[in-house]
Design a protein around this ligand. Structure first.
Ligand code: SF4
Length: 469
């Protein structure tokens, strides 16, 4: 059907083929990890994590430091995050004190002198924290880890514009943050009311302008489609309004209505949601419009301006993916702190207790709060590499694979290549014998392509994931 090309984008043009989308739009993981979190097991112990951290320390190299800050002052009805709704700001300091106790344990395990190249505060609402609590947290990190000040550091924070006062952005800047991501979701007042997130456009604009003035780079805005009362027309208006703000990056997520799993979503009436066909139209229009406006489609709901570091890294074949989404820092092990946070080394993933009182009890007892995880086999690591190449670079070179793993790609993945054939015939993927190249029609269906290489998820398995689109 329609074909659209982002100017100056030498990745393939994007093609929207509704018949193919319907055929391959099954449920599937988002591959922020491989194996995915459903493979994490309670058999993975704290001792396993300690050993993994020890191997990471011995290998050295930079680290990425993630902190989960769970508090929010208001409940958004679409929310599927691990959060605590409260108006009591005095809950923040005791939480942060515990995070620092946990950080002291992990700093010893991973090594205090490794450069922290990437740092991220997510939530919840990180800006729920009063200024002195933010300062206390970062000062504590400064004593426990080797924080960086260089230009190439990537220190980012999720911002709820409703939770920003005149001190917030200057404080974050002084603390060393250089990137922000703003939650917007939709600027339409009726939609905002229906999801209990009233946030005038002027409020978002003011925060964005101030962030630019201070010097934050790679500013991201989050949108969600599939929310109550959205229509293709209303979402086009939202998009125009957001394009005017000219963020460097845009994330446009699909809302999955799963009220049985996420209690806040019971407040959303199913009959107010756009139909699946309307959602497809919204997505199609959104991609067209953003490409036309000069953004590049990075993949998996993400768009970036051609000169943004994400788009540059993708063109240069050095984009990566972790629990925070796409990243330009490949070689960082992930030290994760706070309730439900997930850490990562070269050969293991491990997750903290997602229940706040249980996490607090572990930390108060002077212990790590790891409750599940997975150790990676060599095969897991090989498949993670393959999925990473496809989802980030949209291509996979056989010679690079052999160089990295000392294996012959066709022999190792004989079964997978066989199962990939219908996708090659449908022109989702090209295969010239040297490399697999995701084709224009396959970019939107990248999760289905990656699933072929997922040992835990042979065709049609698991309904525990949201639909691909
Ligand atoms: S969507 Fe974000 S701000 Fe809203 S309740 Fe969930 S975590 Fe809090």
């Amino acid at each position: 059907m329609a074909s659209d090309t982002a100017a100056a984008n030498h990745l393939p043009a994007f093609i929207w083929d509704e018949a193919l989308i319907r055929r391959y739009d099954l449920s599937g993981p988002r591959y922020t990890s491989y194996p995915t979190a459903v493979e994490f097991s309670h058999d993975f112990s704290i001792e396993d994590m300690v050993k993994a951290a020890g191997r990471s320390k011995a290998a050295g190299g930079p680290i990425s430091l993630y902190t989960h800050l769970p508090f929010c002052a208001h409940l958004c009805y679409y929310c599927a995050c691990n959060k605590v709704i409260t108006k009591k700001r005095d809950k923040a300091m005791p939480y942060v004190e515990r995070v620092l106790r946990e950080a002291a344990l992990q700093s010893k395990l991973f090594g205090a002198d490794r450069p922290v190249q990437q740092l991220h505060w997510g939530g919840g609402t990180p800006t729920f924290l009063p200024k002195d609590v933010m300062q206390h947290l970062m000062a504590g990190y400064g004593e426990l880890f080797n924080l960086q000040a260089g230009e190439d550091r990537d220190y980012s924070v999720e911002i709820d514009p409703r939770e920003v006062d005149e001190d917030t952005l200057p404080t974050l800047w002084q603390l060393g943050f250089n990137r922000i991501s703003l939650g917007v979701q939709d600027v339409n007042p009726k939609v905002q009311k229906a999801v209990n997130r009233v946030q005038p456009r002027e409020m978002t604009e003011a925060v964005l302008s101030e962030a630019r003035r201070i010097g934050f780079r790679s500013i991201n805005l989050d949108l969600i489609y599939g929310l109550p009362y959205q229509t293709p027309d209303s979402f086009s208006e939202t998009l125009e309004s957001v394009i005017e703000l000219s963020p460097d990056r845009l994330s446009v997520f699909s809302y999955a209505h799963l009220p049985d799993r996420f209690y806040p979503q019971t407040r959303i009436q199913a009959d107010t949601l756009p139909s699946p066909q309307q959602k497809l139209t919204i997505l199609h229009n959104t991609i067209n419009r953003l490409l036309e406006a000069g953004y590049e489609y990075i993949g998996m709901d993400h768009f970036a301006k051609p000169d943004d570091s994400l788009a540059v890294a993708q063109r240069e074949g050095r984009l990566h993916r972790n629990f925070q989404g796409y990243t330009t820092h490949s070689d960082c092990d992930l030290v994760s702190l706070g309730v439900s946070a997930i850490g990562q080394t070269d050969d293991a993933y491990f997750q903290n207790n997602h229940d706040l009182p249980s996490w607090e009890a572990s930390v108060d007892a002077g212990q790590l709060a790891i409750v599940r995880g997975v150790g990676l086999t060599r095969d897991d690591r090989i498949r993670r590499w393959v999925i990473g190449q496809l989802i980030c670079q949209f291509r996979l070179d056989r010679s690079q694979f052999t160089q990295a793993w000392g294996e012959d790609f066709d022999r190792y993945f004989a079964d997978e290549l066989n199962r990939l054939k219908p996708m090659v015939q449908d022109e989702l993927v090209g295969d010239d014998g040297d490399r697999l190249q995701v084709q224009p029609a396959g970019r939107l269906l990248i999760r289905a392509i990656c699933q072929i290489f997922d040992l835990y998820r042979k065709e049609g398995a698991s309904q525990r994931f949201s639909r691909i689109i």
